[in-house]
Design a protein around this ligand. Structure first.
Ligand code: NDP
Length: 330
């Protein structure tokens, strides 16, 4: 039976990109073997790029953007899911080449879904969202290099989504976290999440004159790329590890091989979009176990679906602190 719902729809035309809220029915959804009543979504940096058209994230037109969502299975012909299951979707091209999370209903392949851990509510799962799940993947990538509790771990893009969740996870595990931010006004927020000290991101964002710097950090979670990542690599101590997941400063990496060949640094690339299901399930199980939900409350704030276009502009302008939960019913 066809069901009606509201959606944010993006359309490309000769005049450019336009977004509008429309009423749709499940008949208009794309192919998939699981139909979900979506309760919550979120706004990630990538959603900001898609909705504003700042980068060609949306590959089809029209599209419902939104790279992740949480909801309850309405109908399923997939062996792993049945009506009433609580599910989460992150990535897999949803919101890029397939209708996404800014809608009351979604239809996707069951191969893309993860069952929501019962210790995390639907709203909390989108408070975590793709940014938080990526932060977990970053922590999992570097954790073999976290050999002592005295060494410091650098988190860049600290007041953003990936950064905020990474700080919470690492600080709760007992590590000393250095938060790099351009927003000095967020010092008390970052300390509440567990950062032991704050540095100005300007100290990392300029071209470096030297291929190797002081060995300041045991490991790094970098959401920023470009000179920031190059400088972070150059300041990682012997045998340390860097997880690179983002490009908020830029997609370039103006570095040398010196930290790799003289200090044995490991650079881990972290991708959340096509990460295999086994890794996703592990990441979500770890988030249920390790993320302090009181800290998640500090770093997330709830908005209505109608606020999404405005939030898309704000996240690209670096004005969104932490994570956004979108209540799709509002
Ligand atoms: P946010 O916008 O929430 O956070 C990004 C943060 O980066 C900002 O809050 C700001 O932190 C910092 N920043 C912004 N512009 C600059 C700049 N010019 N120079 C230095 N720092 C800057 O985004 P998310 O946390 O959601 O995502 C962070 C990055 O990770 C994005 O590039 C995103 O595309 C990427 N990403 C990648 C994923 C993957 O699968 N690899 C998945 C999820 C995200 P502050 O204000 O503290 O300085």
């Amino acid at each position: 039976m066809s069901e009606a719902f509201r959606a944010l729809r993006l359309t490309k035309s000769d005049e450019g990109l336009s977004s509008e809220f429309v009423d749709m029915t499940t008949d208009e959804l794309m192919e998939g073997d699981v139909t979900i009543n979506v309760s919550h979504s979120t706004v990630n940096y990538k959603d900001g790029l898609a909705i504003t058209g700042a980068a060609p994230v949306a590959r089809i037109s029209p599209i419902i953007p939104g790279i992740d969502f949480a909801g309850v299975v309405e109908t399923s012909s997939h062996a792993d899911f049945k009506t009433g299951d609580d599910v989460i979707l992150n990535g897999f091209g949803v919101g890029e080449t397939h209708f996404g999370g800014y809608a009351g209903c979604a239809r996707v392949s069951g191969d893309w879904l993860v069952k929501r851990p019962q210790g995390i509510s639907a709203a909390q799962s989108m408070g975590i969202g793709t940014a938080g799940y990526t932060a977990m993947l970053c922590v999992m990538a570097i954790e073999n290099s976290l050999t002592d509790k005295e060494g410091e771990i650098l988190v860049t893009g600290a007041a953003g989504g990936v950064g905020s969740v990474a700080i919470s996870l690492l600080a709760s595990a007992g590590y000393k976290v250095v938060a790099s931010t351009g927003r000095a006004s967020e010092e008390s927020y970052l300390k509440d999440l567990g950062a032991s000290r704050i540095i100005d991101r300007a100290t990392l964002s300029e071209p470096s004159k030297r291929p190797l710097g002081k060995e300041n950090y045991m490991a790094v979670v970098d959401a920023v790329g470009s000179h920031t990542l190059a400088n972070a690599i150059a300041q990682t101590r012997y045998g340390g590890a860097v997880a690179a997941c983002g490009l908020a400063q830029g997609a370039d990496l103006p570095a040398t091989v010196m930290p790799f060949i003289l200090r044995g640094i490991t650079l881990h690339g972290v991708d959340s979009v096509m990460a295999p299901l086994a890794l996703r399930r592990e990441a979500w199980a770890r988030l249920e176990r390790d993320l302090d939900l009181a800290k998640l409350d500090i770093l997330s704030h709830t908005h209505a679906l109608t606020d999404v276009p405005e939030l898309a502009q704000a996240i690209l302008a670096g004005q969104v602190r932490g994570r956004v939960i979108v209540d799709v019913s509002k």
